[in-house]
Design a binder for this molecule. Structure first.
Ligand SMILES: Nc1ncnc2c1ncn2[C@@H]1O[C@H](COP(=O)(O)OP(=O)(O)OP(=O)(O)O)[C@@H](O)[C@H]1O
Ligand SMILES: [Mg+2]
Length: 467
């Protein structure tokens, strides 16, 4: 038992949230409830590391649950956010992973799936802390052999020759922007020089300037001591301005600093030379922000001297397997487990998934698989459902039914069931029509509907009714 394991359940269906809370309570897990986004944020504000898991409903009354994921993670770094969603909103759930959620769960009548997921997270936390924790994996090299990653490394190597040039790193969440920034730092700045990362989302409005540039004693209420800011602390190392798209009122000041390469502490006129390299990173479409007038065009241009785009994991071909193997051996070693290299079967399945959460998602998937594996290998059943169910290549024309030949995914039986479901959906449940599409008689169709159990327990509709 881990008494410090706490869960935050955010759902506006009070009964549902309470039911989850009660079930968790029975298992000795403390759950706090919140019924809207602002309440959730207030609870998350109460102190870091308060929650290890956050169950977040997708639709909430005050705003979309998905929108607050980054804010929740700033307040509760390291918490596993699991989005609860309805079947028809799975595409949005994928967005949730893009925003930093770890997983999504389709809300079902039984809440057992949700409870199981929480138990799994708790088990992982226990295993992690028993192994001494490994939140920080950032000191790794930038692994990858795909042409797109080699190009990134070549760009970084070139930039490393000019240690004061500003760099803009773009790419989806979890692609490794911070890893790339650290790699560039290691290549170009003096050994042992500091690497200071500032998360612009987390900068409190009234302290932002002081955190970046420092302040003198007495320069504002509460400034009872002089303090250096990130730019000063970085010395001749690197300042990473993460999530630069979220920097607002300081944009013009930052532009001036980048242009003049001098800055002043709040409450002082003494100019300090900027010696560090500034790297800005964002997973937002910063050009769109510029167009919308939310990001200064001149600052964007100033940052863009050396733009480096880190490609999404799904565009890196065999790097998926290379990284999966890397994480397999990393976690196996951390846990003192003997886990065989990833099999072809599992590898093929991993390679077919789209990874909206990129390398971070792959890392979580492998960590979970290693923890779940009760033998000395990772099997298909240790992979999350969303990976097993990946649709593979898109259907070639409207109305076609995709087939996934990866082992353990589609069978003749499952395909027949899917074809029947599609035919019924396409004909608005008119069975005579559906039977015609399938090339069988209406009677044969009815028997197959029954055999596949489509009548009673199919979740995508109720083909049992209708003509
Ligand atoms: N090429 C890589 N080789 C090894 N590990 C990687 C690589 N890329 C990413 N990772 C791992 O994936 C995780 C996410 O990487 P990182 O934090 O750098 O992503 P990011 O692009 O900054 O994401 P975000 O936009 O969410 O801040 C980290 O655990 C990191 O160690
Ligand atoms: Mg990052």
């Amino acid at each position: 038992m881990n008494p410090s394991f706490r869960v935050l359940v955010v759902d506006d269906e009070e009964l549902y949230a309470r039911a989850i809370g009660i079930e968790l309570g029975r298992l000795g897990i403390h759950a706090d409830l919140a019924f809207c986004c602002s309440e959730a944020l207030a609870r998350a504000d109460a102190g870091p590391s308060r929650y290890q898991a956050i169950l977040l409903d997708h639709r909430l009354p005050d705003q979309e649950g998905l929108r607050i994921i980054p804010q929740l993670l700033v307040r509760q770094p390291g918490a596993a956010v699991v989005v609860m969603t309805a079947y028809h909103t799975i595409p949005d759930a994928v967005q949730a992973i893009r925003r930093g959620a770890e997983d999504y769960i389709v809300k079902e009548t039984s809440i057992q799936t949700i409870i199981d997921r929480v138990l799994e997270i708790r088990r992982r936390e226990e295993v992690r802390s028993a192994a001494g924790g490994w939140q920080e994996l950032h000191h790794l090299d930038l692994l990858g052999r795909s042409p797109s990653m080699i190009q990134v490394m070549e760009q970084l190597a070139k930039i490393s020759k000019s240690p004061q040039t500003t760099v803009l790193l773009t790419g989806e969440t979890g692609v490794g922007k911070e890893v790339a920034a650290r790699a560039l730092h290691a290549m170009s700045q003096p050994a042992d020089s500091p690497f200071v990362a500032v998360d612009c989302v987390a900068l409190p409005f009234n302290l932002a300037e002081s955190l970046l540039f420092g302040h003198e004693k007495g320069s504002f209420t509460g400034a009872d001591q002089a303090r250096a800011g990130a730019f000063e602390e970085a010395g001749d190392g690197t300042v990473l301005l993460d999530e630069i798209g979220d920097m607002d009122e300081l944009q013009s000041k930052l532009l001036r600093v980048l242009e003049s390469r001098v800055f002043t502490r709040v409450g002082s006129v003494r100019e300090i030379q900027l010696r560090a390299r500034v790297i800005a990173a964002t997973n937002q479409d910063i050009e769109a922000l510029v167009e919308q007038g939310r990001f200064r065009h001149d600052l964007y241009q100033r940052l863009c001297v050396f733009p480096v785009h880190i490609p999404a994991l799904r565009e890196r071909g065999d790097d998926i397997l290379l990284l999966a193997e890397h994480f397999r051996s990393f976690f196996a070693e951390k846990l003192g487990r003997d886990i065989a290299p990833i099999s072809d079967e599992v590898g093929q399945c991993l390679a077919g998934y789209s990874y909206p959460g990129n390398v971070r998602e792959l890392r979580n998937i492998i960590e979970r698989a290693v923890i779940m594996s009760d033998s000395n290998q990772i099997e298909l059943r240790h992979l999350p459902r969303r990976v097993l169910a990946a649709d593979g290549p898109p259907a070639p024309f409207p109305g076609s039914v995709p087939v996934d030949f990866r082992p353990g995914v589609d069978t003749l039986e499952s395909l027949e069931k899917r074809m029947i479901r599609h035919a019924l959906a396409q004909t608005g449940n008119v069975k005579t029509e559906a039977a015609r599409l399938l090339g069988i008689s209406r009677f044969q169709l009815l028997r197959r509907i029954e055999r596949h159990g489509l009548k009673s327990d199919d979740k995508t509709g109720n083909p049992g009714s209708g003509s």
